[in-house]
Design a protein. Structure first.
Ligand SMILES: Nc1ncnc2c1ncn2[C@@H]1O[C@H](COP(=O)(O)OP(=O)(O)OP(=O)(O)O)[C@@H](O)[C@H]1O
Ligand SMILES: [Mg+2]
Length: 257
């Protein structure tokens, strides 16, 4: 296997539910994975198993409870669990792209600006950013009459396409995709599959969640099945020891959701 770009070692995540007497919810225990450049690893497992939680840990939205999450660069490593807060800004600008399931809408910011922003924040010029944003929106079949509007009132599928355009435009080397095709029709799902395959071809490492089996089969190199370890405990000591099994994707994917 070629050198991984992202690796997780004995990764664990628990939440303390302050509203419920400080109860401990162990969502992930001892997860190991490796993700290489140009590879798409698809997370599978039942609802509530911790798929989105894993993406949020990689994106720095959720703190890592134990274990290591490491990015490997040619000139060194970056351990995410100990990364200072200010470094996350640079990492999200330059390295980690995240397509969340729902667009976070900022009032009065137009669709075009939402999509241009990741490029502008890297210093790409206004004219080039605008041209690339418009090309991406057109490719995702978002009607031109919507480009000047803030996406707050858009339909679910329209918002999702704005989110995808924003996520893919800056060509981050690591992309996190949380059900990016959930609200899309078949034609737009196909566009997203093309975007994913193009990203893979230029070496993007991807960690994704796809409920649509057809999409999953077309983009996944491997599946990572997250298995039940969710325990509600007063402490960590009764956490299970097995969480995940890795396997190669095959045409007869046995996933059921
Ligand atoms: N911020 C949080 N505080 C407390 N519990 C949380 C938090 N975020 C997630 N959880 C819990 O962690 C578990 C995993 O949630 P997660 O959203 O990762 O599931 P999922 O596998 O993505 O499910 P789905 O397929 O429904 O999206 C759930 O039991 C959820 O309630
Ligand atoms: Mg989820």
């Amino acid at each position: 296997m070629i050198k991984p770009f992202l690796s997780a070692e004995a990764l664990s995540k628990s939440f303390t539910l302050h509203s419920q007497g400080g109860q401990h919810l162990v969502v992930m225990h001892d997860l190991n994975l490796q993700l290489a450049p140009g590879e798409c690893l698809v997370l599978a497992g039942r609802s509530g198993i911790g798929k989105s939680t894993l993406l949020k840990m990689v994106n720095g939205n959720y703190r890592i409870s134990a274990g290591r999450l490491t990015l490997h660069f040619d000139n060194g490593e970056l351990e995410l669990s100990t990364l200072p807060a200010h470094a996350w800004h640079v990492l999200r600008r330059d390295v980690i792209g995240y397509v969340s399931q729902f667009l976070r809408v900022v009032p009065r910011v137009s669709t075009r600006e939402v999509v241009m922003e990741p490029l502008l924040s890297r210093g790409v010029g206004e004219a080039e950013a605008r041209q690339r944003a418009e090309a991406m929106l057109a490719r995702l079949n978002l009607p031109e009459r919507l480009w000047d509007l803030a996406p707050g009132t858009f339909s679910g599928g329209e918002q999702q396409r704005v989110n995808i355009a924003r996520g893919f435009i800056a060509e981050h080397p690591l992309l996190l995709l949380d059900e990016p095709t959930a609200s899309l029709d078949a034609a737009n799902r196909d566009v997203v599959v093309e975007l994913i395959l193009e990203a893979k071809a230029r070496g993007t490492a991807m960690l994704g969640i796809f409920h649509d089996e057809d999409v999953r089969d077309r983009v996944a190199d491997r599946l990572l099945h997250l298995e039940a370890t969710v325990l509600e405990t007063a402490g960590l000591e009764s956490a299970g020891s097995e969480t995940a099994s890795l396997e190669t994707n095959s045409p007869t994917t046995e996933e059921t959701e």
